[in-house]
Design a protein around this ligand. Structure first.
Ligand code: FES
Length: 112
């Protein structure tokens, strides 16, 4: 796992009204979501048909809802909780004294 700093603090991330944001990190664009005081990260595009997930929102239990066809995904494990059989790539986020960090498995740098 390689950790990359995405911001000095959670407050520094420019979240939309829906508490979503996109950040550039290690040459990739990642979707960031804020829910229940936790920061989550996933691929920018929906695995179904490429919906831009930062245009979606988190539902009451913290699943991300795609803006295109409203499929939902668990932000912990990427499971497609509405049952369509897709899998969303999610990334661990750590909030440390030095800032907010996102973790990529080495192979993800080349694979997504
Ligand atoms: S593109 Fe996301 S649900 Fe269809």
């Amino acid at each position: 796992m390689t950790w990359h700093k995405i911001a000095d603090s959670v407050e520094e991330i420019s979240f939309s009204a829906n508490a979503m944001a996109e950040v550039q990190v290690a040459g990739k664009t990642v979707c960031i979501a804020l829910g229940n005081n936790e920061v989550h990260a996933c691929s920018r595009k929906c695995p179904h048909a490429g919906g831009i997930l930062s245009d979606g929102y988190l539902d009451a239990v913290g699943n991300i809802v795609c803006p295109l066809h409203r499929y939902k995904f668990n932000m912990q494990n990427g499971r497609n909780v509405t049952g369509e059989g897709y899998y969303l790539k999610t990334f661990p986020v750590e909030i440390r004294k030095e800032g907010v960090f996102i973790g990529f498995e080495e192979k993800n740098l080349f694979n997504w």
